[in-house]
Ligand binder design. Sequence first.
Ligand code: SAM
Length: 285
Amino acid sequence: MEEEFPKEQMILSRALFVRFQNMVYEICGISLANTKRTMLSVRLLRRLRALNLSSFEDYLNLLESLNRSDDELQAFLNVVTTNKTDFYRENYHFEFLKNHVLPELQTSRKISVGVPLHIWSAGCSSGEEPYTIAMEVAEVLGAINGRFEILATDISTKVLHSAIQGIYSEQEIMPIPQPQKYKYLMHGAGEQKGFYRFVPEIRKHITFGRMNFVADDYGIPQRMHVIFCRNVLIYFDAETRHAILQKLCAQLTARGYLFLGHSESIKPNNFRLEKISPTIYRRLH
Ligand SMILES: C[S@@+](CC[C@H](N)C(=O)[O-])C[C@H]1O[C@@H](n2cnc3c(N)ncnc32)[C@H](O)[C@@H]1O
């Protein structure tokens, strides 16, 4: 596969890498470290092959000539983003949600039969995070009668497409506990053998959508009781992180919870938050 590109043309030159870095930063705020030159080169080669282009420079010139809504810019973002995720990743967050957050919201009557629970999985990748949330909330509120709505957003249309399907391999569903597998997953048959799909009673609680964290206005009318924004902020510089966190916190209800990834602790006072644990924060008022 790789033969059509001479070896010396398979890695971006420093100068071209800087131009790609600037373009990525401008479109989606991601700061690509200088150490990512080889990684980016390998990912971009996929687009060069798909478009039958013979150099990175041709591809960059093409991207620079396109308007922002062009499909190729989306295809570019789909290869540039890192989408690693897992079911039950950092499981203590789901335990905390189930054992502390939901009882607190019920006791304070912030959620009830008439007021649904609203959760946002911001940077949801291929769906493992919002489906894990849905399964764990269903354990408390019930999948069929429970009133909860999960918004799940990402900038990559490729991962969103998989997430909407809600179909996963045997290997991918391994972290899901057996009782939840039994209740919330359907076996595939025929060509789908070895694959599993979430039951409609779980899928109906999740709405997927494309959203760019660096957009001025997220366009989400609903305030959230809980926001998961995990393993996302690591891709941004301090200034971009600050701006994103301000917008996320504005989207939280008073006393709403924000969950971050394990390496993303923040200064809570900057955002009217209090720290509950190194990765769990609550909006003050
Ligand atoms: C490493 S995944 C984290 C997935 C999940 N939250 C987890 O912790 O398992 C990071 C996700 O953030 C998304 N992302 C990166 N930059 C973004 C942006 N500017 N706007 C929206 N999503 C973005 C990526 O597409 C990717 O799917």
